[in-house]
Design a protein. Structure first.
Length: 235
């Protein structure tokens, strides 16, 4: 009983100093419910409240850092396990990947506008690199048959030179290849757009000269893939 009274006194003094329950429990070995009963009538002064608030805020930040670390570790584990599932790709598999990529993101020939050439637009540098590699390795398109257009939001007009340098470095094509830049304008003053930082480099369009036949081939390949997929039977 004497020990409990002494522990209660220590707990009350610590609480008056602005200590949190967790900090007090690390010193006084009692149940949290017991501590709550002991401290229910203890009020904190202004200074102690400030100390207590700061302690809780720091504890919350520490907890947030722990959760962030756990999330990053879990994410890295998922990434490594997922990447290990992708083995070496054959040239034929790369051929199919490029078709599907263009099927999703490329320009298609329209009945009212026959003769359209290959045009692929994206803001993801990895997709741009992949498609250029596909044009080179699979379609055997010479570099001098490839041109570019950049579409960038008008709010980044002062960064045009930086944007051109980014795409030149990404693609391996000379800076002169990126002279055609179009500004995307908007009448909306307030926007929830996230692509407003220095990492935003607009959308790059890859255009292949005299490539209407290639567009038709890609369309036929895409249709063939679709037909084959429909024939896949569930086991």
């Amino acid at each position: 009983m004497i020990k409990k009274e002494k522990e209660k006194e220590i707990a009350i003094n610590l609480r008056k100093q602005g200590k949190t329950y967790s900090e007090i429990l690390s010193v006084v070995n009692v149940a949290k419910s017991t501590l709550a009963i002991w401290l229910q009538s203890v009020s904190l002064g202004k200074k102690q409240k400030q100390i207590y608030t700061l302690a809780r805020r720091l504890a919350s930040l520490r907890g947030g850092e722990v959760k962030k670390k756990q999330r990053i570790e879990k994410q890295n584990k998922i990434f490594l396990e997922a990447k290990s599932g992708i083995k070496t790709l054959s040239k034929y598999e790369f051929f199919l990947i490029g078709i599907c990529l263009y099927w999703a993101e490329g320009t298609k020939e329209k009945e009212y506008h026959p003769g359209s050439g290959v045009a692929f637009s994206n803001m993801d540098p990895k997709m741009i690199i992949l498609f250029l590699k596909w044009l080179d390795k699979i379609c055997k398109i010479p570099k001098d048959m490839i041109g570019f257009e950049i579409m960038v939001h008008e709010s980044h007009q002062e960064r045009l030179n930086e944007v051109r340098q980014f795409w030149s470095k990404t693609t391996g094509f000379p800076l002169a290849s990126f002279s055609q830049v179009y500004l995307k304008r908007t009448k909306i003053k307030k926007t929830n757009r996230k692509n407003v930082g220095e990492k935003y480099n607009g959308v790059l369009k890859i255009k292949v000269k005299k490539s209407s036949d290639l567009v038709r081939k890609i369309a036929s390949w895409s249709e063939a893939i679709f037909e084959k997929i429909l024939k896949i039977k569930n086991k």
